[in-house]
Design a binder for this molecule. Structure first.
Ligand code: GLN
Length: 197
């Protein structure tokens, strides 16, 4: 198995570490590949789009020709996980800020996002989040976090904070507004790996 982590910008090494720990825990082996250029995504069995700065990430994904490969990956039914900025990039529609700045989204999920849903003064926070695939709550770390404000019928909502959707799934795509790679709890990465193995 090969798992790719888009490595253009953002918290790449943290995702690689989390995947490595999760693989050891489940006694499974996979090659983890960091991706900066075109031609590697098609060889992967699963893909992570990490957090970072979604405007920069979006621009570079297109410039490097990776954006189209991610779309093909979705069409091939291979699992994709987007965290934070990854959740923004996978959305079909953005807020006024996204529209005003002509920010490019990949549009793989039937979702509308608010890029900075939790406001500036709450830049960063942690909360115990209930997720339907876990027995006990998950300590979720939110950093300048986005949220999904609206979603289509094919989207399954996994978690909400107030009215904001912070975890969701559509087919083979899983998105989280928080950073599972920043905690030692590998259960979210395990859930993603369950889809690959
Ligand atoms: N809100 C940020 C953005 O718009 C994403 C923050 C993150 O990935 N930690 O790009």
């Amino acid at each position: 198995m090969r798992i790719g982590v888009i490595a253009i910008q953002g918290d790449v090494s943290e995702h690689v570490d989390a995947l490595e720990r999760a693989l050891v825990e489940r006694g499974e082996e996979a090659e983890i590949i960091t991706i900066k250029h075109k031609g590697i995504v098609p060889e992967c069995d699963g893909l992570i789009l990490p957090g970072g700065e979604s405007t920069t990430l979006g621009k570079l994904l297109i410039r490097e020709g990776i954006a189209d490969e991610v779309l093909e990956m979705k069409d091939a039914g291979k699992p994709i996980m987007g965290t934070c900025a990854g959740l923004i990039l996978l959305a079909k529609e953005g807020d006024e800020q996204v529209a005003r700045t002509h920010q490019h989204l990949l549009g793989l999920m039937d979702t509308k996002v608010n890029r900075n849903a939790f406001g500036r003064q709450r830049d960063s926070f942690e909360t115990e989040l209930e997720l339907p695939f876990l027995d006990t709550p998950y300590n979720a770390v939110f950093i300048r976090a986005p949220g999904i404000v609206d979603s289509g019928k094919d989207v399954t909502v996994l978690a909400k904070i107030d009215s904001m959707i912070v975890a969701a799934e559509q087919g083979n795509i899983l998105v989280l507004a928080f950073h599972p790679e920043l905690t030692y709890d590998t259960r979210v990465h395990q859930y993603f790996l369950d889809k690959i193995f």
